[in-house]
Design a protein around this ligand. Structure first.
Ligand code: FAD
Ligand code: MLT
Ligand code: ZN
Length: 463
């Protein structure tokens, strides 16, 4: 297989040496890993189609990978594949990027383009268009991976997740057939939305090779504020006021004093506010002119917070400084051990109750474990990170996911199901829904070639 794949992509792009393969077979968290027979790195849609056909003929399974920043193990091979060789298909070389279609406010990006490169391309073009999704893994996460996981990030409160930005995709199916929906038509009621089906399918239905992206107006003036609050309940009330009264609002991020202490210890940053608070809310507004500052400043003033309970930055290094307290949580927690990353959403009115209940629940099932929570508050999305239990022990995962589902929430807000949460899919999806998803998978990929073991449970659900 390696020899025939070399004829398609060139010898430099078929990796068989264990030392070269290993970085592709371990995920970002180090919790998920499995062996690959080889890594193949095509650079075009036709080459992806050829690779898929050759792997199907050889009886190999394919695991699709973009930037390998996914947090649920979907982009790395399974620990155990029942003797079937796994080929890791790296999409990073599909990195073409069209000029901005200024009339439509759209751009076409290769699946392997990183989010940071896309943002740069739009800034360089100076067309007045920007991309509505941003997240801390921007330097490595690819547009293909973000589409496949329906990634969220820090601007969902204003622009929605990846799904809302996607006008169409090009993808290769398990048969090697290529679907191309890249015209970017705003209206196109001609049957099933196949692009929509592929978004969020986590590489199980097709390999996304290009994405037609909707853009949003560039909003050059930004103001960021970090507010010290009593607790989650106060933050939830405040965010609901912000969403009603501050139309320029782009981000509403929450974190807590224990996480902030860890960030300060590990990064050398000093504390952002003169005293300690029960919860911290980072908010950001963006607009065309200085009006955004007044809008946000007026709202914050009306809150009547103490003088030492807020820090404000109008763009530049001050803004980056405030964001560092929030964005560095992920790396700091990973530096402490292999985290159990439990990304959940709750109805906003139950979020505060969940935040306190989850801490007690974890203490009960994993005494001594460290719990660090942060998230995208306006989306009802908390990231519950637990450090201490061994990676293979999923007691704490079970407890947290059941609590979230039991309180009317979702077991995956934005990271996906991957390999990490397959066991709990039925907490949110009915047997009829899982069977419908399985029917779609089986009809598009009867041999189970693409991402085996990801997203769907292997047999009929039991819970
Ligand atoms: P990978 O990790 O390579 O793959 C992820 C999944 O997509 C896998 O199932 C894989 O098989 C599939 N896939 C990849 N490429 C393709 C393709 N071309 N076609 C079909 N399937 C494909 N996520 C958020 O939603 N919001 C955040 O705020 C956020 N912040 C993060 C911050 C950090 C520091 C880190 C490390 C991660 C963060 N993530 C966040 C998670 C991650 O960045 C996203 O899930 C991202 O979408 C993954 O993109 P990737 O290119 O790295 O995909
Ligand atoms: C975040 O918002 O920080 C990300 O989704 C990553 C994480 O949960 O660690
Ligand atoms: Zn997140």
């Amino acid at each position: 297989l390696a020899a025939v794949l070399e004829r398609v992509v060139g010898p430099a792009h078929v990796l068989v040496e264990p030392a070269l393969i290993t970085p592709y077979t371990v995920d970002w968290t180090r919790r998920w890993q499995g062996p690959a027979a080889l890594v193949v790195r095509p650079a075009t849609t036709d080459a992806v189609a050829a690779v898929i056909r050759l792997c199907a003929d050889a009886g190999a399974g394919l695991v699709v990978q973009g930037g390998n920043t996914g947090l649920v193990g979907g982009g790395v091979p399974p620990r155990e594949s029942g003797g079937r060789p796994i080929v890791l298909l790296s999409m990073r070389r599909l990195d073409d990027l069209s000029p901005v279609d200024e009339a439509a406010g759209q751009v076409t990006a290769g699946a392997g383009i990183t989010l940071a490169r896309l943002h740069e391309h739009l800034a360089e073009g100076a067309t007045g268009w920007a991309f509505g999704v941003d997240l801390a893994a921007r330097d490595s996460a690819t547009i293909g991976g973000m589409a496949a996981t329906n990634a969220g990030g820090i601007h969902v409160v204003r622009y929605g997740a990846m799904r809302e930005q996607i006008a169409g995709v090009e993808a290769v199916l398990a048969t090697g057939a290529v679907l191309t929906r890249l015209q970017g038509l705003t209206k196109d009621n001609t049957g099933f939305d196949l692009s929509g089906l592929l978004v969020g399918s986590e590489g199980t239905l097709g390999v996304i090779t290009r994405v037609r992206l909707r853009l949003v107006p560039m909003r050059p003036v930004r103001v960021t504020a970090l507010l010290g609050l009593n607790d989650t309940g106060q933050a939830v009330d405040l965010v609901s006021g912000l969403r009603r009264e501050v139309p320029s609002l782009e981000a509403t991020e929450i974190f807590y004093p224990d996480g902030l202490d860890l960030v300060c210890q590990h990064s050398g940053l000093g504390p952002p506010l003169a005293r300690r608070f029960g919860a911290y809310l980072l908010i950001e507004s963006a607009g065309p002119d200085e009006g955004v500052m007044e809008e946000l400043a007026e709202f914050v003033f009306r809150l009547g917070l103490d003088d030492d309970a807020s820090a404000v930055a109008a763009g530049g290094p001050g803004r980056m400084h405030l964001w560092a307290y929030r964005e560095r949580h992920t790396e700091v927690v990973s530096a402490l051990g292999v985290p159990h990353k439990l990304d959940v959403t709750l109805p906003l009115k139950r979020l505060a109750a969940f935040e306190s209940a989850v801490r007690s629940r974890v203490a009960a099932v994993a005494p001594g474990a460290m719990v660090v929570i942060w998230g995208h508050l306006g989306d009802g999305n908390l990231h519950v990170n637990v450090i201490g239990p061994p990676p293979e022990d999923d007691t704490v995962d079970d407890a947290v996911l059941r609590l979230a589902a039991g309180m009317g929430g979702s077991i995956s807000a934005e990271h996906g199901i991957g390999r990490a949460k397959v066991r709990w899919l039925s907490l949110n999806r009915s047997p009829a829904e899982i069977e419908a998803m399985r029917a779609i998978k089986t009809s598009l990929d009867p041999a189970g070639l693409l991402n085996p073991g990801v997203l769907l449970p292997p047999s009929a659900p039991t819970r």
